[in-house]
Design a protein around this ligand. Sequence first.
Ligand code: SF4
Length: 153
Amino acid sequence: CFDKILISACFLGERVRYNGEVKALASQLLSQWQSQGRLISVCPEVISGLPVPRPPAEINPKTLQVITIDSVDVSQQFSQGAQQALRLCQQHNIRFALLKESSPSCGSNTIYDGSFSQQKIVGEGITTKLLRQHGIQVFSEFYLKQLQGLLDQ
Ligand code: SF4
């Protein structure tokens, strides 16, 4: 039984992004993992009940609340989505996740700075943070080869 990978649903071309756009990640490694049956897909925001499309949200770096561009606090939904992603990992004995960089849920190295001005800062999304607290290693689309190196073959 080989390693499964939790993956951001948007990478697989699912229509889950805040702006309703479909943007699959094209990669040979990804196709390989998919054909091996390794991928367990989740969108933490949609699984928590947020709609598609939805207003963009960013983490306020001071309060750590997740706030939409319309100033609505969606911290609760983001946290529920993270819990459900964690549950999926536990159900499938997942040690690795491949999540979309800079998303307020899925970012693993950078996130937007909370000012909705396209400025990124070092940080991690709500789901990434929870998964890492539970020992799951989270990689972005820029670290596919590193992830491949850690998988059992
Ligand atoms: Fe993709 Fe994660 Fe955003 Fe969902 S929350 S659209 S999976 S980056």
